[in-house]
Design a protein around this ligand. Sequence first.
Ligand code: FUB
Length: 330
Amino acid sequence: MADKDPIVTHVFTADPSAHVFNGKLFIYPSHDRETDIPNNDNGDQYDMNDYHVFSMEEVGGPVTDHGVVLKQEDVPWVSKQLWAPDAATKNGKYYLYFPARDKDGIFRVGVAEGDKPEGPFKPEPEPIQGSFSIDPATFVDDDGQAYLYFGGIWGGQLQCWTTGEFQRDAYSTMEAQDGPALSAKVGKLNDDMKSFASPPQDVLLLDGETGQPIHSSDHDRRFFEAAWLHKYNGKYYFSYSTGDTHYLAYGISDSPLGPFTYGGRILEPVLGWTTHHSIAEFKGKWYLFYHDTSISGKNHLRCVKIREIVYDAEGKIQLAEPQAKLETAA
Ligand code: FUB
């Protein structure tokens, strides 16, 4: 298997969050499914209702599907759309974080606990208090402090929370926004891994030359969705999707709370509208986990892929092998 082949082909997978637990590489993706719902900017076509977990001993080796580890009908507060998840471990337990719409159609972040990285996971009956929007990503620092990053604009509803209260009609407000781009959010987690230690704050993303926040009109660099945090060589890397311009980009900071200075692009657009990723070290190499639509040709039916990345002398991220301008199906 070449690095650019889909790692799973028997089900559709997307939004891969990768972690190394107990010496194995685990991937926690969205589980895309067929639907007749037409594509729209709200993302209604992403109508997922459960999660699988995958693991492997080697990149490029066989991938184990651990089956369904959490399903919508087991989460009392969810109405639909189990979107991009992530996982973390602390104190011998494993936690699956997932966004979904509640019974009022508002995206919240839920958490489910398990004894093993491959699940199954038992959900809490309510979403995490103070959570909103989509795409949770966890980071546990060397001192044991856990952080939860999240947020996504347009269908992810981040623009609906600018006042601290949910404003259902805020979509058009965002279109007219002039000023700093909306930021992803980050909150420290309590030791229980199920609650925020303090209200989430902005993940500030600054231009390296001016020191000013990235502007809302800077669609090639501003945050859209798909937050991820990893640490390399003592620095914190916040990476994300630029959404409608389809890039994966990143910023670097000395603190997991930022501010982050824009560092460049990791991945050019892939096949399909969405791009979403994670970054992890496994057996001495660093990898980018991402998705495209090369199997299906449909935006909502995606497949996860892996590429090796390297860092240059300044700590900038590069693909180990250059990317073709737009990948086509093999
Ligand atoms: O998979 C549904 C949504 O599509 C995710 O939450 C976004 O990041 C985008 O990949």
